[in-house]
Ligand binder design. Sequence first.
Ligand SMILES: [Zn+2]
Length: 209
Amino acid sequence: METFKKLFEHNRKWAAEMLSLDPDFFKRTEASQEPHFLFIGCSDSRVPTDRMTGALPGEMFVHRNIGNQCWSTDVNMLSVLTYAVNVLDVPHVIVCGHSNCGALKAAMGPASNGLVDHWLSDIRNTIRWHQDELEAIADPKERLAKLSRLNVLQQVGILSRTPVIRDAWSRGRRPMLHGWVYDIATGLIEGVVEQVDSVKKADELLPNN
Ligand SMILES: [Zn+2]
Protein backbone atom coordinates (compact mmCIF):
# COMPACT_ATOMS: atom_id res chain seq x y z
CA MET A 1 0.00 0.00 0.00
CA GLU A 2 1.22 3.48 -0.80
CA THR A 3 2.35 5.37 2.28
CA PHE A 4 -0.21 8.16 2.03
CA LYS A 5 -3.09 5.67 1.70
CA LYS A 6 -2.19 4.31 5.13
CA LEU A 7 -3.07 7.72 6.54
CA PHE A 8 -6.66 7.42 5.29
CA GLU A 9 -6.90 3.85 6.54
CA HIS A 10 -5.66 4.89 9.97
CA ASN A 11 -7.98 7.90 9.98
CA ARG A 12 -11.09 5.78 9.43
CA LYS A 13 -10.06 3.34 12.17
CA TRP A 14 -9.33 6.21 14.57
CA ALA A 15 -12.66 7.96 13.90
CA ALA A 16 -14.52 4.65 14.42
CA GLU A 17 -12.64 3.96 17.67
CA MET A 18 -13.41 7.45 18.97
CA LEU A 19 -17.11 6.96 18.18
CA SER A 20 -17.15 3.56 19.89
CA LEU A 21 -15.78 5.20 23.07
CA ASP A 22 -17.91 8.33 22.90
CA PRO A 23 -20.70 8.43 20.25
CA ASP A 24 -21.15 12.23 20.62
CA PHE A 25 -17.47 13.16 20.62
CA PHE A 26 -17.23 14.68 17.15
CA LYS A 27 -20.63 16.38 17.36
CA ARG A 28 -19.59 18.01 20.62
CA THR A 29 -16.19 19.19 19.37
CA GLU A 30 -17.70 20.52 16.14
CA ALA A 31 -19.69 23.12 18.08
CA SER A 32 -16.73 24.95 19.66
CA GLN A 33 -13.23 24.67 21.07
CA GLU A 34 -12.10 25.52 24.58
CA PRO A 35 -8.43 24.49 24.60
CA HIS A 36 -6.47 24.61 27.85
CA PHE A 37 -3.13 24.96 26.12
CA LEU A 38 -1.37 26.83 23.36
CA PHE A 39 1.51 24.60 22.27
CA ILE A 40 4.36 26.22 20.31
CA GLY A 41 6.71 23.50 19.11
CA CYS A 42 9.26 22.52 16.48
CA SER A 43 8.05 21.15 13.14
CA ASP A 44 10.15 18.00 13.67
CA SER A 45 8.12 14.88 12.79
CA ARG A 46 9.42 13.04 15.85
CA VAL A 47 7.58 15.33 18.27
CA PRO A 48 4.05 13.84 18.53
CA THR A 49 2.23 16.73 20.18
CA ASP A 50 -1.05 14.91 20.89
CA ARG A 51 0.34 11.49 21.68
CA MET A 52 3.08 12.57 24.06
CA THR A 53 0.64 14.62 26.15
CA GLY A 54 -2.58 12.63 25.71
CA ALA A 55 -4.30 15.81 24.50
CA LEU A 56 -7.64 15.13 22.82
CA PRO A 57 -9.07 17.15 19.92
CA GLY A 58 -10.18 20.49 21.33
CA GLU A 59 -7.68 20.57 24.19
CA MET A 60 -4.59 22.01 22.52
CA PHE A 61 -4.21 24.97 20.15
CA VAL A 62 -1.01 24.42 18.16
CA HIS A 63 1.61 26.48 16.34
CA ARG A 64 4.76 24.84 14.98
CA ASN A 65 7.80 26.09 13.12
CA ILE A 66 11.44 25.15 12.65
CA GLY A 67 13.19 25.41 16.03
CA ASN A 68 10.05 26.46 17.97
CA GLN A 69 10.77 30.15 17.46
CA CYS A 70 8.69 32.99 18.95
CA TRP A 71 9.95 36.00 17.07
CA SER A 72 8.28 39.22 18.19
CA THR A 73 8.07 40.17 14.47
CA ASP A 74 6.45 36.91 13.29
CA VAL A 75 2.88 37.88 12.39
CA ASN A 76 1.90 34.23 12.07
CA MET A 77 3.04 33.33 15.61
CA LEU A 78 1.67 36.60 17.04
CA SER A 79 -1.73 36.01 15.43
CA VAL A 80 -1.91 32.52 16.94
CA LEU A 81 -0.82 33.88 20.32
CA THR A 82 -3.29 36.79 20.23
CA TYR A 83 -6.21 34.55 19.29
CA ALA A 84 -5.25 31.95 21.92
CA VAL A 85 -4.92 34.54 24.70
CA ASN A 86 -7.61 37.11 23.86
CA VAL A 87 -10.31 34.91 22.32
CA LEU A 88 -9.75 31.35 23.54
CA ASP A 89 -8.43 32.54 26.94
CA VAL A 90 -6.02 29.60 27.23
CA PRO A 91 -4.72 29.11 30.79
CA HIS A 92 -1.31 27.86 29.64
CA VAL A 93 1.16 28.65 26.83
CA ILE A 94 3.88 26.04 26.32
CA VAL A 95 7.05 26.47 24.26
CA CYS A 96 8.40 22.99 23.58
CA GLY A 97 11.85 22.25 22.17
CA HIS A 98 13.27 18.78 21.76
CA SER A 99 16.46 16.75 21.82
CA ASN A 100 18.60 16.31 18.71
CA CYS A 101 16.94 19.26 16.97
CA GLY A 102 18.13 19.71 13.38
CA ALA A 103 17.51 23.47 13.53
CA LEU A 104 19.78 23.87 16.55
CA LYS A 105 22.43 21.64 14.96
CA ALA A 106 22.33 23.74 11.79
CA ALA A 107 22.56 26.97 13.82
CA MET A 108 25.67 25.65 15.58
CA GLY A 109 27.36 24.95 12.24
CA PRO A 110 28.52 27.25 9.45
CA ALA A 111 25.76 29.18 7.62
CA SER A 112 25.04 27.34 4.36
CA ASN A 113 21.35 26.49 4.46
CA GLY A 114 20.00 29.17 2.16
CA LEU A 115 16.77 30.82 3.28
CA VAL A 116 16.66 28.71 6.44
CA ASP A 117 19.72 30.59 7.74
CA HIS A 118 17.57 33.72 8.08
CA TRP A 119 15.16 31.74 10.23
CA LEU A 120 18.03 30.41 12.37
CA SER A 121 19.45 33.87 13.12
CA ASP A 122 17.82 34.21 16.53
CA ILE A 123 19.14 30.78 17.57
CA ARG A 124 22.60 31.94 16.46
CA ASN A 125 22.17 34.99 18.73
CA THR A 126 21.36 32.67 21.65
CA ILE A 127 24.51 30.66 20.84
CA ARG A 128 26.59 33.86 20.81
CA TRP A 129 25.13 35.07 24.12
CA HIS A 130 25.98 31.73 25.76
CA GLN A 131 29.13 30.90 23.80
CA ASP A 132 31.45 30.36 26.80
CA GLU A 133 28.89 28.22 28.62
CA LEU A 134 28.29 26.07 25.53
CA GLU A 135 31.95 25.72 24.55
CA ALA A 136 32.74 24.51 28.08
CA ILE A 137 30.64 21.38 27.40
CA ALA A 138 32.91 18.83 25.67
CA ASP A 139 30.26 16.27 24.66
CA PRO A 140 28.47 17.51 21.48
CA LYS A 141 25.24 15.75 22.49
CA GLU A 142 25.26 17.44 25.91
CA ARG A 143 26.08 20.78 24.28
CA LEU A 144 23.09 20.41 21.95
CA ALA A 145 20.87 19.44 24.90
CA LYS A 146 22.00 22.59 26.73
CA LEU A 147 21.22 24.71 23.67
CA SER A 148 17.71 23.14 23.51
CA ARG A 149 17.07 24.42 27.05
CA LEU A 150 18.61 27.84 26.37
CA ASN A 151 16.56 28.21 23.19
CA VAL A 152 13.34 27.39 25.04
CA LEU A 153 14.22 29.88 27.79
CA GLN A 154 14.95 32.52 25.16
CA GLN A 155 11.64 31.95 23.38
CA VAL A 156 9.59 31.99 26.59
CA GLY A 157 11.42 35.22 27.44
CA ILE A 158 10.36 36.75 24.11
CA LEU A 159 6.75 35.64 24.69
CA SER A 160 6.76 37.19 28.16
CA ARG A 161 7.61 40.58 26.66
CA THR A 162 4.98 40.58 23.88
CA PRO A 163 2.23 43.21 24.28
CA VAL A 164 -0.49 40.54 24.19
CA ILE A 165 0.99 38.71 27.21
CA ARG A 166 1.86 41.92 29.11
CA ASP A 167 -1.67 43.31 28.49
CA ALA A 168 -3.26 40.07 29.74
CA TRP A 169 -1.12 40.03 32.89
CA SER A 170 -1.75 43.74 33.57
CA ARG A 171 -5.49 42.98 33.55
CA GLY A 172 -4.95 40.14 36.01
CA ARG A 173 -5.64 37.57 33.31
CA ARG A 174 -3.90 34.37 32.31
CA PRO A 175 -1.95 32.73 30.67
CA MET A 176 0.84 31.03 32.52
CA LEU A 177 3.98 30.45 30.41
CA HIS A 178 5.93 27.19 30.42
CA GLY A 179 9.08 25.93 28.66
CA TRP A 180 9.62 22.25 27.94
CA VAL A 181 12.15 20.03 26.19
CA TYR A 182 10.89 16.71 24.79
CA ASP A 183 13.49 13.92 24.75
CA ILE A 184 13.07 11.94 21.52
CA ALA A 185 15.21 9.11 22.92
CA THR A 186 12.96 8.48 25.96
CA GLY A 187 9.59 10.02 25.05
CA LEU A 188 9.73 12.10 28.24
CA ILE A 189 9.17 15.82 28.72
CA GLU A 190 11.49 17.91 30.90
CA GLY A 191 10.18 21.14 32.42
CA VAL A 192 12.75 23.87 31.77
CA VAL A 193 10.73 26.81 33.02
CA GLU A 194 7.33 26.60 34.64
CA GLN A 195 4.48 28.77 35.77
CA VAL A 196 5.58 32.23 34.65
CA ASP A 197 2.47 34.35 35.09
CA SER A 198 3.72 37.81 36.03
CA VAL A 199 6.32 40.40 35.04
CA LYS A 200 8.11 39.74 38.35
CA LYS A 201 8.44 36.00 37.66
CA ALA A 202 9.46 36.66 34.06
CA ASP A 203 12.21 39.02 35.24
CA GLU A 204 13.44 36.43 37.76
CA LEU A 205 13.39 33.35 35.52
CA LEU A 206 13.84 34.47 31.95
CA PRO A 207 16.67 36.00 29.92
CA ASN A 208 16.45 39.67 29.00
CA ASN A 209 18.79 39.56 26.02
ZN1 LIG B 1 13.57 20.72 15.99
